[in-house]
Design a protein around this ligand. Structure first.
Ligand code: FAD
Ligand code: SF4
Length: 510
């Protein structure tokens, strides 16, 4: 008897070179792809995120058909993915369900459960997209007292021979060039930044837009500025454009922010990478080839490679190591609800208004906006980590849980108690002022700690330090912050605490 095999490809597994697609025998095997309504609205997803996934999936299904790969494409289903699979397995008499490790832990569990219920063989392939497999990461982590990205990154550089000199030492003599990569824009602003490549919606994408507007009219965000790559060809053009036009300035200004400058010199490649339209190896190879042939600086190139080979692979490893506990982690036992204006941008705080405003417009904010503006504020305002995570998962086009959750719970909120970061990333309005022009026309003043003009970031920052003074004193990386606290008189400290409480009490209207 021929074994009937269903090959499941999820919406973030759009890799045309996937080993699962090689040599498919149509007599026994077919690919299945499912558009599930549940996946679009189990968090209150941004319209652009829903549209990106659906459009990329539909384009991908078309590419499979063009290659004569048999595919069943279930459009606009109101069921969950596993519910659809249950029906399909039974209808088709499939005996094997083949898939790649899903990017969400809950989906892996759902597939295991359905395979056991229906008595079908579940074959889960490692995700060949990543440099580091889940098992390799577990092995690497096994004998580490602390999980630190920097050491993982060095291990990856050595293993994959990336940016090493003849003696297998880091090119240029240092493993990282962080100290050169933290500049703010000049006082006059960033000057002319070349635009990232934009892609006009085609018929397939426009049809998806109609569907999204019809089915999800009240979801946050807009489709008006949608120009994300939705095919592999487009993703490759976006990569080319970034490497040739933007990468050189990427490093230096990685952390800089400027009002109405939503993209800075960033690559905007995360969504294409996470959907697997792009492979990280081809991204790094192209960056290195261009570095070798041109005048790109080592600091920019290394800074970029570190994000892809270091952070991206590292957070994935940590996610699978720490799930499901990571989802519930709440080190500080924070319980405040997420302020309503995270969904509208309607706050008087200029920095939050700009970062959230561009998020609603494009489904995008760059790393420092996510970490030091929206993330920093959520931590200082003691918001329940699960609500913060759901927000990030909903509003960014590149958000898939394996990458979103470690960044939010682990990096931005310190919710897992410093499992892989050496300190909480907290900052006052002084940092925002240094790295952006947000404070220039804000009704609040970054240097004022309490009173009507006080910057909420600043008030809540000092309040946070007071609350966690003992822990901060014990950590050499945060001791300096609490040393500054001791320069504030006790009466002023009391006023900060009173003002902080009043901010938290009326957080929806600040
Ligand atoms: C609170 C918070 C939430 C985040 N949520 C997500 C998310 O849902 N999805 C996501 O892909 N990234 C997330 N990040 C990481 C990072 O902010 C985004 O990858 C980056 O902003 C995407 O924009 P870009 O492509 O222009 O990146 P660039 O700045 O150009 O960086 C290049 C690439 O490096 C990778 N990268 C950089 N930093 C990280 C990181 N910390 N973790 C993993 N990959 C990284 C991305 O693939 C990115 O495309 C989050 C960061 C924070 C602090
Ligand atoms: S003053 Fe405070 S709230 Fe206003 S932009 Fe600066 S940091 Fe943000």
């Amino acid at each position: 008897m021929i074994e009937k095999k269903l090959i499941l490809l999820l919406g973030d597994q759009l890799d045309i070179n996937s080993p699962l697609l090689m040599g498919i025998d149509p007599a026994s095997s077919e690919v299945i792809m499912v558009e599930s309504r549940y996946e679009s609205d189990y968090v209150w997803s941004h319209k652009a995120k829903i549209a990106l996934f659906l459009s990329a999936m539909r384009h991908f299904a078309q590419a499979l058909k063009d290659r004569n790969i048999p595919v069943t494409y279930i459009k606009e289903s109101s069921l969950t993915i596993d519910q659809v699979l249950r029906t399909q397995i039974q209808e088709k008499g499939a005996t094997q369900l083949i898939c790649i490790e899903p990017g969400e832990w809950r989906l892996m569990k759902a597939l295991e459960e359905l395979a056991s219920d229906l008595n079908v063989k579940l074959i889960v392939h490692e995700d060949a997209h990543f440099y580091c497999t889940i098992n390799e990461f577990k092995l690497w982590a096994a004998d580490k007292k602390e999980l630190r990205m920097e050491y993982f990154y060095r291990y990856m550089r050595k293993k994959h021979q990336i940016l090493l000199d003849q003696e297998a030492q880091p090119e240029g003599g240092a493993w990282n060039y962080d100290d050169q990569n933290r500049r703010a824009y000049s006082k006059n602003g960033p000057g002319l930044i070349s635009d990232p490549l934009k892609f006009e919606p085609d018929d397939i994408t426009r049809e998806v837009f109609e569907f999204v507007e019809q089915q999800y009219p009240n979801h946050p965000g807009s489709l008006e500025h949608f120009s994300w790559p939705v095919t592999r060809e487009q993703a490759l053009s976006a990569l080319d454009h970034f490497v040739n036009d933007r990468l050189e300035s990427f490093g230096v200004y990685q952390d800089a922010m400027w009002k109405e400058t939503p993209f800075g010199w960033h690559s905007l490649l995360s969504a294409a990478l996470n959907l697997k339209l792009l492979n990280p190896r081809e991204v790094i190879e192209q960056v290195l080839a261009t570095y070798q042939n041109s005048q790109l600086s080592l600091a920019s190139v290394e800074g970029f490679v570190r994000q892809i080979l270091g952070w991206r692979e590292f957070v994935r490893g940590v996610y699978y190591l720490d799930m499901p506990d990571m989802k519930k982690a709440n080190h500080y036992d924070h319980q405040q609800p997420l302020p309503g204006w995270y969904w509208t941008g309607q706050t008087q705080m200029n920095c939050m208004k700009d970062a959230i405003g561009q998020t609603l417009k494009y489904g995008y904010a760059h790393h420092i906006q996510r970490l030091m503006i929206t993330g920093n504020f959520a931590l200082l305002a003691e918001v329940l980590p699960e609500q913060v995570s759901d927000w990030y998962l909903a509003v960014y086009v590149d958000a898939i849980e394996w990458v979103e959750l470690p960044n939010v719970a682990g990096m931005a909120l310190f919710a897992n108690g410093g499992r892989f970061t050496s300190k909480p990333y907290v900052a006052s309005g002084a940092y925002v002022k240094r790295m952006s022009n947000y404070c220039d026309r804000c009704q609040y003043k970054p240097e004022v700690r309490y009173g009507d003009d006080a910057c909420p970031m600043t008030t809540l920052y000092w309040n946070f330090l007071m609350k966690h003074q003992d822990a901060f004193n014990q950590n050499p990386r945060t001791r300096l912050m609490t040393a500054n606290l001791s320069k504030i008189g006790l009466a002023d400290q009391k006023m900060i605490q009173i003002h902080a409480k009043s901010i938290l009490d009326r957080i929806d209207s600040i």
